[in-house]
Ligand binder design. Structure first.
Ligand code: M6R
Length: 610
C-alpha cells in the first residue's frame, strides 16, 4: 500500500525521491506525487502530482526544469482509500505551513473536518490525509515537534507521516502509529521511507522509528525524540541482501525470478535452524518452553501466509497432537477468540506490516497468549510486536503475488511442527533428524519442478481462455489447492475456486460442465483413491482435468487431459513441489493474457489498512 520516501542531503532530492518511488511501486498504488525544496527564495517548496504510474510523475517533472538542485523532498505512491483516484486526492497535501504524505487511515477525519468547517476552514480534497495536514497546521506556532505531538493526541487511526513545514524547508519531520516507517543516515544525507527497498541503493543500515516518536531529519543527521521530547538513540538494523536482490536480474518478471529463488530461500531459512541435525531455534532466542505447556495453537495470517498456516496446522496436529486453528486475521479480531496463557498464537506475514495480522497479534497479547511471529521483513512491526520472532530468509519479495515467501513460511512451519513434537516427547531425536534431513533434501525436488516450466507453460494455453477454474485436493493438497486458486485469481483475473475434493459433490459440482478446467492434486497416499474418484466425477461431467500425482502412480490416461508427475519423494514434502506448479500455472496464464504480472490491478503488496 502507500509508499513513502523522504530525503534531505547533498544530492538531487527530486531524483532520489522519484527513484525511491519507482522502487516502492511494488507495494501497489494508483497515483504518485512529490514535494521538493530548493533555495529559490520566491518559491522554495513545490509540489507535483499525478494519477497513474510513477513514470507519469517523472514525465511531468521533466516539464518543471530546475536551475537549482533540490536539496530535500518527500514522495508518495497512493493506494486510494478515502476519495477516488484523482490528482487532487494524490499526496502530498498542503494546508497552511504544512505539507505532508501519509500511509494509513485517519479514522476520525469526519469529526475533525466538521470542526474545521465550523472555523471556516475547508479541504480541497476528499482525503483523510488533508485533514491530518490541517490538524498539524492548527497546532503549529513555529515549533514543529509540539505541533506534531499535539496533533498525534487528536488523530485516531494509523499513520506514517513525512512532513515539510514551508517556513523551515531545511528539515523533514516524520512520525508513525501502526504504519511502517524506517529512517537512515549516510554520507549522502538523511532518508525516511516505508521500507528499505526504497533506499537500499544508498545504505543497508537503517532503524525503525518507534511508534509516536518524532524524527527530525537534516542533511547532517537524524534526531529522534521520544514522546516526552527526550532524544532517543535507535538501534540500527543491517540488511544482509543487496540491491541486486531487489532487481529483476534478467528475468522478465519479479515473480518468475522469485519462483526460481525458492530453493535457495528455503535452504537459507532452514539451515541456520538445524543444529546437530535437529530443529533448533536457540539462535533466534525462541526457547523450547514456548512449545510446551500449551493446549492450543492459533495460527493467524492473511492470504497466502494464511495458506502456509493451513499446512502448518496439518503438520503440527499430525506430529505434536495439539489442536491448531487457522484464523483469518481480519476475522480473529472480531470473533471473541478463545485464547489464554496456554495458547500459542503464531502470526505469519511476509511483510510484517499487514494491519489485520498486527491487530490479531495485539489482541492475542492482551488476552494473555504467547505470540510467535514468522516474518520475512526484519524489524517489521509484527516482528517487534510479538514476544518471539522466527525470520524467514527469502530476501525481498517484490512481486505482489507471494511465491518464495510462501515456501519459506512452509519450511518454518514444518520445523515448528517437528520441534513442538520433540519438546512434548512425541518425536524422537532420530525421527526428527530424519524428517529435518528430508525437508532440506526436498529442495532438490523443488529444483526439478522449477525445470518443468515448458510443460507447465504449455498447459496454460488452455487455462488462459477459461472463465472459471477449479482446484481440488484433500489434506495437504487442499491447502495447496487454496493457494493455487488465490494465485491464479490475483494475477490472471480468472475466477477460480478451491475445494476439498470430497466437498464438491455437496453443491458446487453443479458448476462443472463441458471443458471447465479442474486442477486436481492427488499426492497423498491415504486419500489418493478418494481424490481419483472425485476426478472421475468431474471428468464424467465433461471437465478438462489436469491431474498432479507423485511419480509411480498408475494413472488411467482417460481420466485426465494432462498428467503432471512429481519427482520421487516422500508425500509429506510434496507441497514444496506442488507450490511451484501452482505458481507456474498462475504465472504463465497471466503472461499469456498479457497482464501486469508483478503489479496486478487493485492489489497492494503490503496491506496496511484494515
Ligand atoms: O505480508 P503478508 O504476508 O502479511 O501479506 C498477506 C497477504 O496480503 C498476501 O499473502 C497476499 O495474499 C498475497 N498477495 C498473495 O499472493
Amino acid at each position: 500500500m502507500c509508499g513513502i520516501i523522504g530525503y534531505i542531503g547533498s544530492d538531487d532530492a527530486r531524483k532520489i525521491v522519484t527513484d525511491g518511488l519507482l522502487a516502492l511501486e511494488y507495494r501497489g498504488y494508483d497515483s504518485a506525487g512529490i514535494t521538493y525544496c530548493t533555495n529559490d527564495p520566491s518559491h522554495p517548496v513545490k509540489t507535483v502530482k499525478t494519477t497513474g504510474k510513477v513514470m507519469n510523475l517523472i514525465e511531468k517533472l521533466n516539464d518543471h526544469h530546475e536551475d537549482l538542485v533540490p536539496f530535500s523532498g518527500i514522495g508518495h505512491t497512493r493506494w486510494a482509500t478515502h476519495g477516488g483516484v484523482t490528482e487532487t486526492n494524490s499526496h502530498p497535501h498542503s494546508f497552511g505551513n504544512v505539507t505532508l504524505i501519509h500511509n494509513g487511515i485517519i479514522e476520525n477525519y469526519r469529526e475533525l473536518s466538521d470542526k474545521f468547517a465550523g472555523e471556516g476552514k475547508f479541504p480541497v480534497s476528499q482525503t483523510d490525509t488533508e485533514i491530518a495536514a490541517m490538524t498539524i497546521d492548527s497546532f503549529y506556532n513555529g515549533d514543529a515537534y509540539e505541533a506534531i505531538q499535539k496533533a498525534s493526541e487528536v488523530l485516531d487511526g494509523s499513520y506514517a507521516f513525512c512532513i515539510i513545514f514551508s517556513d523551515r524547508p531545511d528539515k523533514i519531520y516524520a512520525t508513525r502509529k501502526n504504519s511502517p516507517l524506517i529512517a537512515a543516515h549516510c554520507s549522502k544525507g538523511s532518508f525516511v521511507a516505508s521500507d528499505i527497498v526504497a533506499i537500499i541503493d544508498y545504505t543497508k543500515d537503517y532503524f525503525i522509528l518507534p511508534e509516536n516518536y518524532i524524527a527530525e531529519l537534516t542533511a547532517d543527521n537524524i534526531t529522534v525524540y521520544d514522546t516526552s521530547g527526550n532524544i532517543f538513540n535507535p538501534k540500527t538494523i543491517h540488511v544482509d541482501w543487496d540491491i541486486a536482490a531487489a532487481k529483476k536480474g534478467g528475468y522478465e518478471h519479479f515473480m518468475l525470478k522469485e519462483i526460481h529463488e525458492q530453493p535457495d530461500a528455503v535452504i537459507n531459512t532452514v539451515s541456520p535452524r538445524i543444529v546437530d541435525g535437529l530443529p533448533d531455534f536457540s539462535s533466534d532466542n525462541v526457547p523450547d518452553e514456548l512449545f510446551r505447556d500449551i493446549n492450543r495453537i492459533v495460527i493467524t495470517a492473511c492470504g497466502t501466509a494464511m495458506h502456509a498456516g493451513m499446512l502448518g496446522k496439518y503438520m503440527i496436529e499430525k506430529y505434536a497432537r495439539i489442536p491448531v486453528s487457522v484464523d483469518i486475521a481480519s476475522e480473529f479480531r472480531y470473533s471473541d477468540p478463545i485464547v489464554d496463557k496456554h495458547t500459542l498464537v503464531i502470526a505469519i506475514s511476509q511483510s510484517g506490516e499487514t494491519a489485520d495480522t498486527l491487530a490479531a497479534v495485539k489482541l492475542a497479547k492482551t488476552l494473555g497468549a504467547k505470540t510467535l511471529a514468522v516474518v520475512n521483513v526484519k524489524g517489521s512491526i509484527i516482528a517487534l510486536e510479538s514476544d518471539h520472532v522466527l525470520y524467514t530468509h527469502a530476501g525481498p519479495e517484490i512481486s505482489v503475488a507471494s511465491t518464495k515467501a510462501y515456501t519459506v513460511q512452509l519450511s518454518l512451519m514444518y520445523l515448528i511442527a517437528y520441534k513442538t513434537a520433540m519438546v512434548n516427547n512425541l518425536m524422537s531425536d532420530e525421527e526428527a533428524a530424519a524428517k529435518t534431513k528430508s525437508l532440506t533434501d526436498s529442495v532438490r525436488n523443488m529444483k526439478k519442478v522449477i525445470d518443468m516450466d515448458e510443460e507447465l507453460s504449455y498447459i496454460t494455453q488452455k487455462l488462459k481462455k477459461a472463465d472459471n477454474i477449479f482446484y481440488l485436493g484433500r489434506g495437504l493438497d487442499y491447502a495447496i489447492a487454496c493457494e493455487g486458486s488465490l494465485k491464479l485469481k490475483e494475477i490472471s483475473y480468472i475466477h477460480s475456486e478451491a475445494y476439498a475434493a470430497g466437498e464438491l459433490k455437496h453443491g458446487t459440482i453443479s458448476l462443472i460442465t463441458d471443458n471447465i478446467p479442474v486442477i486436481a492434486f492427488a499426492t497423498q497416499d491415504n486419500v489418493y483413491s478418494k481424490v481419483i474418484s472425485n476426478v472421475v466425477e468431474v471428468r464424467s461431467r465433461g471437465a478438462y482435468v489436469i491431474l498432479i500425482t507423485k511419480s509411480g502412480e498408475h494413472v488411467d490416461t482417460t481420466l485426465c487431459d494432462h498428467h503432471i508427475t512429481l519427482p520421487q519423494m516422500d508425500e509429506e514434502f510434496t507441497p514444496f513441489c506442488t507450490a511451484v506448479i501452482l505458481q507456474y500455472l498462475a504465472y504463465f496464464t497471466a503472461v499469456r493474457r498479457d497482464l501486469n504480472v508483478d503489479q496486478p490491478r487493485n492489489l497492494a503488496k503490503s496491506v496496511t489498512v484494515e
